[in-house]
Ligand binder design. Structure first.
Ligand SMILES: *[C@@H]1O[C@H](CO)[C@@H](O)[C@H](O)[C@H]1NC(C)=O
Ligand SMILES: *[C@@H]1O[C@H](CO)[C@@H](O)[C@H](O)[C@H]1NC(C)=O
Ligand SMILES: *[C@@H]1O[C@H](CO)[C@@H](O)[C@H](O)[C@H]1NC(C)=O
Ligand SMILES: *[C@@H]1O[C@H](CO)[C@@H](O)[C@H](O)[C@H]1NC(C)=O
Ligand SMILES: *[C@@H]1O[C@H](CO)[C@@H](O)[C@H](O)[C@H]1NC(C)=O
Ligand SMILES: *[C@@H]1O[C@H](CO)[C@@H](O)[C@H](O)[C@H]1NC(C)=O
Length: 330
């Protein structure tokens, strides 16, 4: 229990141990073998004179608002601590740093406001943790139980929680029971992941009828399986404001590109037409000069058409038609 080298400190520890066996017991508490029971004594403070070899300490239903970490750490063999129905609150971080053997911890019916990684991270043997009925408990950090790998029973019912990250509980390999009822669950799309985990896990959720959404108003009092169906639908079809802006921009770009393409096509057609008519005039002039055209099959076709038009009439076979203008009827 105490790492000490000299025989004198050893005997001191022995004497203290002897004293704890029966001689000392906190006032207003009852002490049995390795167990101290101070239930319902209106204690204002953590009792002094607790035997150092105590394994089980019951402080239930008192008025204790502070657990002193140092005095608690004297009880290095403590495995069972019941502090339900007290006024514990404020900051419990590092409170349990010296009671690493704790297996059972009951902090229900208190005034906890938050749980962080440092609150329970030293309790590597913790199996049962009850923090239900803490109406001011509004936040549990994502990795709050990351070190409590033996946790089997966790109760966070009847708190002020609106949200719990899935990884907070999903990664607990030994979890068998999880109390979630009568919280103010905010069923938004982030919470859908948690509900989906609930549906799929084989953890037991006591009082499942009372695990319901509190907000948004449209989902109030809806139980989790029903909420999952609703959320699945709305979260998968939901478009955010920026999505609309994006879609609008895409639409505008398409419109712009279309207009540009149409304009370009129009310009091309106009240029082509202008070229084509100019080419025809040139051909006609060339034809007048009776020169061979070598500019391509299309132009040649036009040329042929032009020649066909000016084929001489049968009656005037002998009269050569030197030019179109002169052959025109006068
Ligand atoms: C502690 O004492 C109270 C009454 O003083 C009693 O009701 C309770 O059962 C005791 N708890 C244990 C674990 O002995
Ligand atoms: C302890 O708390 C109870 C309930 O809040 C109260 O009625 C009682 O007066 C308190 N006792 C002391 C000694 O403060
Ligand atoms: C509970 O904690 C809140 C702050 O979180 C505090 O304002 C309030 O006074 C506390 N209540 C009791 C009974 O200690
Ligand atoms: C958390 O657990 C790891 C491994 O079990 C350990 O090394 C570490 O010290 C623990 N953290 C705290 C704050 O106790
Ligand atoms: C959902 O609600 C929680 C808690 O109110 C909040 O932290 C989270 O950002 C919300 N998620 C979305 C997508 O609104
Ligand atoms: C479940 O909720 C109902 C209505 O809010 C309440 O009357 C009932 O006591 C709750 N059940 C439990 C076991 O807390």
């Amino acid at each position: 229990m105490f790492p000490s080298g000299s025989p004198r400190s050893l005997s001191l520890v022995f004497l203290l141990g002897m004293a704890s066996q029966g001689i000392s017991c906190p006032s207003r508490c009852s002490c049995q073998y390795l167990e101290v029971n101070c239930t319902g004594q209106q204690l204002q403070e953590f009792p002094v004179d607790i035997p150092l070899d105590t394994r089980q300490l019951i402080l239930a239903a008192n008025n204790v608002s502070y657990l002193p970490p140092v005095e608690l750490s004297f009880l290095a063999d403590l495995v069972y601590l019941d502090c339900r129905k007290n006024f514990l609150g404020d900051d419990l971080d590092f409170t349990f740093i010296g009671v690493a053997r704790l297996v059972y911890l009951d902090l229900s019916f208190n005034n906890l406001s938050q749980v962080t990684f440092s609150t329970f991270s030293h309790l590597l043997s913790l199996v049962v943790l009850k923090i239900s009925d803490n109406p001011n408990l509004v936040a549990i950090e994502k990795d709050a139980f990351a070190n409590n790998t033996w946790l089997r029973h966790l109760d966070v019912s009847r708190t002020g929680l609106t949200f719990l990250d899935t990884s907070t509980v999903r990664d607990l390999p030994n979890l068998r029971l999880l109390g979630l009822s009568d919280n103010l669950w905010h069923c938004n799309c982030s919470f859908l992941d948690f509900i989906t985990w609930m549906m799929e896990s084989d953890v037991h959720f006591p009082d499942a009828d009372n695990i319901t959404c509190h907000t948004p108003a449209g989902l109030r009092a809806l139980r989790m399986p029903a909420a999952e169906a609703q959320l699945h639908f709305s979260c998968l079809t939901q478009l955010h404001k920026q999505d609309y802006v994006f879609l609008g921009l895409v639409g505008f770009c398409i419109f712009l590109a279309g207009t540009m393409a149409a304009w370009l096509a129009g310009v091309c057609v106009v240029i082509y037409e202008a070229h084509a008519s100019k080419g025809e005039e040139e051909e006609e002039e060339e034809e007048e000069e009776e020169e061979e055209d070598t500019r391509g099959p299309r132009l040649r076709a036009l040329l042929l058409r032009g020649r066909a038009r000016h084929r001489p009439r049968p009656g005037s076979l002998l009269i050569p038609a030197p030019s179109r203008r002169r052959s025109a009827p006068r």
